[in-house]
Design a binder for this molecule. Structure first.
Ligand SMILES: NC(=O)c1ccc[n+]([C@@H]2O[C@H](COP(=O)([O-])OP(=O)(O)OC[C@H]3O[C@@H](n4cnc5c(N)ncnc54)[C@H](OP(=O)(O)O)[C@@H]3O)[C@@H](O)[C@H]2O)c1
Length: 299
């Protein structure tokens, strides 16, 4: 069903911080919107804007052919939907709950068995960014199904990126971006713990941290030549080899120990570099530690 001049009705299940923003975007986009939430009071503002509050999950699902789900976990979603199998028939479920790729794949199969269609999505934004043209949301599942609902889904985030027929792929992208964020974030906290041993404030350090991120870290992680080399398993380098990086890690560990701060996250990274050097890869790029991440049993 392509979008027509009369927007189709949409249901939103789950009105947490994110669900409210999603439902609000549909209401603003002119879609008749039915909402359901365990704590019904969360729907008050939406109902004032014209949304309809369903009395049950079943009512919300049967109110619209397109049902967007955004709950805290897949487990919660399964508990709510399990008893309602017949209601799923003929519905399109777009699940924007965060979980694992296997959660998404299993849910896709389960919806299909009960006669529904399924897209899994991953929101790369906070609720305040929902509805903006640049907001990125990943989608996976049938491409034809995505294209049918793309104009409606773009109300949630204009950068609606279809990735794969594999329903697990949006969450793989999502969690891969998040793991990059947590690695960098934790590293930054370690840096500030080290700086604070010499009474250097985060504010004082900020210009140098910013310069470092822009001049070295961002180019390192967004270099298309390096990405291709990684894809090809080409670990040659004339920049900074495994030996140099192993020593670099040792210096941070030794300095941190001297100052009495934690080295917990650095030890396993250092251990991988030591192992790769012992295997004879001292002249290779640090990138080679990916082998041990892919196959942790060899550590
Ligand atoms: N917030 C963000 O910035 C953000 C960004 C990207 C992705 N997400 C994802 O979006 C999803 C929702 O996040 P959120 O920020 O909206 O979380 P939230 O504010 O904590 O809302 C959680 C939602 O799940 C419902 N829920 C929890 N346990 C339930 C249960 N046992 N039975 C029925 N309903 C239950 C809550 O209902 P009640 O209101 O009744 O508690 C509420 O609707 C998560 O998977 C999150 O990872 C969020």
């Amino acid at each position: 069903m392509k979008s027509t001049s009369i927007p189709a009705s949409v249901s939103v299940i789950g009105l947490g911080n994110m669900g409210v923003a999603l439902a609000d975007a549909f209401v603003k986009g002119g879609h008749p919107t039915t909402v359901w939430n365990r704590s019904a009071d969360r729907a008050k503002g939406l109902v004032e804007k014209g949304a309809v509050l369903a009395g049950s999950v079943a009512e919300a699902i049967t109110a619209s052919s397109l049902v967007v789900v955004c709950l805290s976990t897949y487990k919660v979603m399964q508990e709510l939907l399990e008893p309602l199998q017949s209601e799923l028939s003929g519905r399109v479920i777009v699940n924007l709950t965060t979980g694992t790729p296997e959660d998404a794949r299993k849910t896709a199969k389960w919806v299909s068995v009960h006669g529904g269609q399924y897209l899994d999505g991953a929101i790369m934004a906070v609720p305040q960014m929902i509805g903006l043209p640049e907001t990125l949301i990943f989608y996976g599942g049938s491409k034809a199904l995505f294209e049918t609902y793309e104009p409606t889904l773009k109300l949630l985030g204009g950068n609606a990126a279809y990735l794969s027929e594999d329903h697990g792929v949006p969450l793989i992208y999502d969690l891969s971006l998040l793991t990059m964020m947590y690695g960098a974030w934790y590293g930054s906290l370690h840096a500030h713990a080290l700086l604070s041993t010499a009474n250097i404030t985060a504010t004082e350090f900020l210009p140098y941290a910013t310069n470092w991120m822009n001049q070295l870290v961002a180019p390192l992680l967004s270099d298309p030549v390096a990405a291709r080399a990684r894809d090809e398993g080409n670990f040659k380098t004339d920049v900074s080899n495994m030996n140099t990086n192993k020593l670099g890690l040792e210096h941070i560990i030794n300095a941190s120990k001297e100052q009495g701060i934690s080295v917990d996250w650095l030890l396993p990274v250092h251990e991988l570099a030591v192992k790769k050097v012992a295997e004879g890869y001292g002249a290779d790029s640090f990138e080679r530690v990916i082998e041990a991440i892919r196959k942790p049993q060899v550590i």
